[in-house]
Design a binder for this molecule. Structure first.
Ligand SMILES: [Zn+2]
Length: 65
């Protein structure tokens, strides 16, 4: 198992820019703890959002498929 989330990329729900998931945290809710991801964009803005609402994007890499 790799470190949870770290190094993964997600897309900003507002501007669509790719960003790095820097931290995974649990926050209590009425249904129990919910995993949230802190996502940081290079321009300085960040979100803390439920991890199941993340828009995952593939890490940029060249593929020959
Ligand atoms: Zn944004």
């Amino acid at each position: 198992m790799t470190a949870p989330g770290l190094g993964e990329l997600a897309a900003c729900p507002e501007c669509g820019a790719p960003a790095e998931i820097t931290e995974m945290v649990s926050q209590a809710s009425t249904d129990g703890p919910v995993r949230h991801a802190r996502v940081w964009w290079v321009d300085g803005h960040w979100f803390l959002m439920p991890s199941d609402r993340l828009i995952r994007v593939a890490a940029p890499r060249t593929s020959v498929a």
